[in-house]
Design a protein around this ligand. Structure first.
Ligand code: NAP
Length: 690
């Protein structure tokens, strides 16, 4: 029998014994086995910490991000192979797209996140704080990659996305990982890991894979490790309670099952676009991936007088879904991942049936095309109705991880909010309404119990990514029953793999450590105007103090005319009684503009290619006619800017061939009393010398 490989300690190793047999979910035929018997899990964790970790932590965020991009591009060349295997899990083309290309998309998205980090092995987190009267003592926070290994224990439903969305963030952070996919669909994860390892894009030790039982893996964790778990609440609780995880205070991020709901706003009536949007969203969520999605809609809340119309409309819509062999292009819903999953879903439905009835579908039969409904793990969508959702609570507690959902009535939106919370914490919830007041009431009422809320109406439905799709830039996770975890959400998703340390010292010391200029640190004589220096030549702290310029009432009048900004505070003749100002005040933007006039160097061409924008700009003291303004201009931070790779010469844009970087400058505005009147961070694009 074809046994899956485990990629550990630099080699592909086959586990001992027969292992667990794996089946094609569509045909029921055996396709291989997975075993981790005989593996030494301690040496696997040690290898990650001693080989993978040092290799990754010495790379910068930008190098790690570029590595993710290269990996995503590489995997895109092997899509056909992955799709062919994915069909065996019962997934249709659309399901597989979410899993495979969604996973690769996540790699791309995290690769782009590198731009939010410095080109350093660690980074500053958040703002700096002056902590002393004479500004010689300050504090900030830094984030450094943990010295351990990230262990990802994943659920069976997304064997590719589940792995890639998790490893993207630990790799970007600079930590290696061990992936343990759910055994039943691990053959697809293995195929992807084979390509990743063969590509040699990741440093050795950065990724290890175990297919089959996790053995005593979690008994070897240490305080520098991170464990993530995606799966059922019961397994999660058991693993989270591991005494070694507790003793070592190992962060444990849990993404568990949840009873996500959709609510129809009170305003939605048949004939409104929102009515059809509601029905369509439910059909999509019940049938995509045969309902095996952690975010799947398990509970449907509708005002009591519309119940019958809604469940009939959902039934009609579900009846149009062709079920069967995912290789048949007409098929819209494939099978469950295996016979044991089907058995479990049916058992869970039996529990729900104690307090509800089936209004669409059947537990005993299903019409399928191009397949055998019994040999394959096929199941009909099942819509249940529970008429008494406050008293009969099984629908808020029992997850049937398949194409199963329960419709329940509410009297008014307040009740719908209460019902949504009976799920005791969910990954996501959707309200369909065209009424902004209803939307606001629901969001404010239900937000505490949900990780994500989608407000769906005719304005956004066409372009909406849908109820069930976690997105790389938005957090995924939920409180309570959903596991209490949080992942993704842009840089939020990277932070769990980084240790946050508060750092205190003098501004000059902290500038030297972080390579980011801190306000009040000593400046450096640049030797020549910084605008005449190439990117590589600029030094953090390079500083100039400009000439002075006296502000006149005429300047302010002229700026008002030029910009069209005749706000009363800038007009000489205004009666200033009861205002914030004593007299005509200069426009803040005028001061910003004249600052550029003072710090910009010359008419000669120089390495500065363009002004890229302003990150922050504050006006802290009014500037009146007669004030003498000067600027302190300091090189604050340097960020690499990757050359745009143009595959098609027609896409070439002017400047694509120039090697360059982004430079941030701290601009401090002073007046004749040497007090700061404003501060800005401006960005320029600067050419490299090479
Ligand atoms: P599961 O049975 O809880 O298994 C999850 C993972 O835990 C699998 O990799 C499993 O490996 C592993 N595992 C089980 N016992 C273990 C042990 N003693 N030590 C170490 N690992 C162990 O869940 P599932 O059936 O795969 O997935 C379905 C559930 O996942 C559903 O309830 C769904 O809602 C939830 N889910 C949640 C999310 C989310 O993001 N919140 C996403 C997807 C799925 P084996 O396969 O080898 O047993």
């Amino acid at each position: 029998m074809n046994k899956l490989g485990n990629y550990i300690t630099g080699n592909w190793i086959i586990g001992d014994g027969d292992g667990q047999t794996l089946y094609n979910a569509v045909t029921g035929e055996s396709i291989g086995a997975a075993s981790t018997k005989g593996l030494d899990f301690k040496s696997i964790t040690d290898y990650a910490r001693t080989v993978g970790n040092p290799a990754l932590r010495k790379m910068t965020f930008h190098a790690r991000g570029n590595m993710l991009k290269a990996l995503a591009l590489h995997l895109r060349n092997h899509l056909d192979k992955f799709y062919a295997i994915s069909y065996q899990t019962g997934a249709t083309k659309a399901d597989s797209w979410v899993d495979i290309e969604g996973g690769i998309g996540n790699l791309f998205s995290n690769a782009s996140l590198r731009r939010k980090f410095p080109d350093e092995v660690f980074c500053i987190d958040g703002e700096s704080h002056n902590l002393s009267e004479h500004k010689t003592f300050m504090g900030t926070h830094i984030l450094s990659p943990k010295e351990g290994v990230a262990i990802h224990i994943n659920a069976f439903n997304f064997p590719v996305w589940g792995m890639l969305e998790k490893i993207a963030v630990n790799l970007l952070a600079g930590m290696p990982c061990i992936v343990k996919p759910a055994t039943v669909t691990s053959y697809l994860t293995e195929a992807v890991v084979k390509e990743i390892i063969a590509s040699k894009i990741l440093p050795e030790g950065a990724l290890q894979l175990v297919c089959g039982s996790a053995g005593d893996l979690l008994d070897h964790v240490t305080s520098q490790d991170v464990v993530t778990f995606t799966g059922s609440a019961s397994t999660g609780l058991m693993l989270k309670s591991n005494p070694i995880i507790l003793r070592e205070a190992v962060p444990f991020n849990m993404e568990a099952d949840s009873l996500n709901c959709i609510v129809m706003g009170e305003d939605v009536e048949p004939g409104m676009p929102e009515w059809d949007i509601f029905i369509k969203e439910i059909r999509k969520e019940m049938t995509l991936k045969a309902g095996q999605r952690c975010t799947g809609i398990r509970r449907i809340f509708v005002q009591e007088n519309k119940m019958e119309d809604v469940w009939k409309a959902i039934g009609t819509s579900l009846s149009q879904t062709v079920i069967g062999n995912p290789l048949n292009t007409k098929v819209r819903m494939g099978s469950l991942a295996g016979q044991s999953q089907r058995k479990e879903v049916k058992e869970q439905v039996q529990k729900l049936l104690a307090s509800s009835q089936i209004v669409y579908g059947s537990l005993d039969s299903v019409d399928v095309v191009d397949a055998d409904g019994n040999k394959g793990a096929f199941m009909s969508p099942v819509l249940l109705m529970n008429e008494n959702p406050f008293a009969a609570t099984a629908a808020h507690e029992v997850e049937a991880f398949g194409p199963v959902s329960t419709i329940m009535p509410f009297k008014n939106l307040e009740e719908a909010v209460e019902l949504s919370k009976l799920g005791k914490g969910s990954l996501c919830s959707t309200i369909v309404t065209a009424d902004y007041k209803q939307a606001r009431q629901y969001v404010i009422g239900a937000a505490t119990h949900h990780g994500r809320i989608l407000v769906l109406n005719n304005e956004c439905a066409k372009e909406s990514t849908g109820h069930g799709s976690p997105l790389p830039l938005l957090v995924h996770g939920g409180p309570g029953r959903a596991g209490g975890g949080e992942e993704m959400g842009g840089i939020r998703g990277v932070k769990p793999y980084l240790q946050r340390t508060a750092l205190q010292g003098s501004p000059t010391t902290i500038t030297a450590i972080t390579n980011v200029y801190q306000p009040n640190a000593k400046g450096k004589d640049p030797g020549k105007h910084p605008f005449t220096k190439y990117f590589e030549e600029l030094v953090i702290g390079d500083q100039i103090i400009t000439e002075k310029r006296v502000i006149t009432a005429e300047d302010i009048d002229k700026f008002a005319d030029l910009s069209g900004d005749h706000f009363y505070a800038h007009i000489k003749t205004t009666d200033f009684t009861g205002t914030m100002f004593e007299q005509q005040v200069a426009h803040g933007y005028f001061i910003m503009s004249l600052a550029a006039g003072l710090f910009v160097d010359s008419y000669e061409k120089n390495p500065v290619l363009l002004n890229y924008g302003i990150d922050e700009l504050r006006f802290t003291k009014p500037v009146y006619p007669g004030a003498e303004v000067y600027i302190r201009f300091t090189c604050k931070e340097k960020l690499p800017n990757d050359k745009r790779v143009v595959e098609n010469p027609e896409d070439f844009k002017r400047g694509d061939d120039i090697e360059k970087g982004i430079v941030k400058w701290l601009v401090e505005f002073f007046d004749e009393t040497d007090e700061i009147t404003g501060v800005a961070t401006i960005l320029t694009m600067v050419a490299r010398k090479i």
